[in-house]
Design a protein around this ligand. Structure first.
Ligand code: AVJ
Length: 320
């Protein structure tokens, strides 16, 4: 059985300490021990991820930015202009900046669970694009968003960059895409960033950088869990493991216990054998075709796609 690491559906921020303890306990009581990758992203973890995006080895972010910059006008021609643009998990709203001028949306609606951060980013963006109405919504990305009445009847487009979709198993990804399909209705679209299958050596380097930033990022989920639940993980006693699983087309990240040890979480004690692993993240890699097939299962039809010249990363456009 596959362990699922993704629940982009529920918010660590909103959950009580007890609910978080229960979620961590349930992942560690499972046959294949796992921790949801959302626990990477406390303030320090978000800083570490930002550092990862600037590493030489980590190609996805800069490649996606190159594609968005180079093809903005072509993307706008394909998707049409003037739609209601929704971005789940928008965070700092950095990538949409590269499209706003070309897409000229009737309204841009960034959605994120981290309210203060989102509203500050939206306010900054509004000052840079005074002619585009920006209406941030603090919500979970699976929530059903109520749009203002004046936007009724305007086609909707969901923008989902970053290959965040890769954290889901393919079955979970279909579920998420069905939610997107319901959100956009019958005349909407989806513009999504999807990381591509490639030489495993490139993938293995991207998740095993020489400076050890990804290792620190991986271990930081344990420090975050200590803070959230009062657990007593010693992050230094877990090794960073990341490798490309070629048959499953995914990067797997694990934390491996360097010795026999016990950790107490919410009053329950967990024993780890030497070299026992906890799965912390999947990052699935697709081809343009394999991803289109997945989207088709959710009722989304492939229209156009854009890639960089080395075919490292893709931006794909679907309609209902
Ligand atoms: C944010 C999920 C796209 O899978 O590459 C980076 C997270 N993990 N290095 C990815 C990540 C390790 C990243 N995503």
């Amino acid at each position: 059985a596959q362990a699922s690491t993704s629940t982009l559906a529920s918010s660590a921020e909103q959950a009580s300490d007890d609910a978080i303890s229960a979620e961590i306990q349930s992942g560690l009581n499972a046959e294949a021990r796992h921790i949801n990758p959302k626990y990477f992203y406390d303030e320090y973890g978000s800083q570490l991820f930002d550092q990862i995006t600037q590493l030489d080895e980590y190609y996805p972010t800069r490649t996606e930015i190159t594609i968005l910059t180079r093809f903005a006008e072509d993307i706008a021609r394909a998707t049409g202009r003037g739609s209601v643009l929704l971005e789940p998990g928008a965070g700092s709203c950095a990538k949409v900046r590269l499209l706003l001028e070309a897409l000229a949306p009737a309204c841009y609606i960034p959605i994120d669970i981290s309210r203060e951060f989102l509203f500050a980013a939206a306010q900054q963006l509004q000052s840079e694009f005074p002619h585009i109405p920006i209406r941030p919504v603090a919500a979970d990305m699976q929530a059903d968003i109520q749009l203002p009445d004046n936007l009724d009847g305007i086609p909707r487009m969901v923008f989902y960059p970053g290959s965040t979709i890769g954290n889901y198993t393919p079955a979970e990804a279909v579920e998420f895409l069905r939610h997107v399909r319901r959100t956009i209705g019958d005349n909407g679209g989806l513009l999504i960033g999807v990381d591509l299958q490639k030489d495993p050596a490139i993938l293995n380097l991207a998740y095993n950088d020489a400076a050890g930033v990804t290792a620190a990022f991986n271990r930081n989920c344990l420090s975050n869990i200590n803070t959230l639940t009062g657990a007593n993980f010693d992050p230094e006693r877990f090794r960073h493991i990341a490798f490309y699983n070629e048959s499953e087309h995914r990067i797997e990240m694990h934390l491996e216990s360097d010795s026999r040890q016990s950790v107490v979480i919410g009053g329950q004690s967990f024993d780890f054998k030497k070299n026992e692993r906890i799965l912390t993240e999947y990052s699935y890699k697709y081809t343009v075709e394999s991803f289109a097939q997945l989207a088709a299962e959710a009722g989304l039809h492939a229209r156009e796609h854009w890639v960089d010249e080395d075919q490292l990363f893709s931006l794909q456009y679907f309609t209902a």
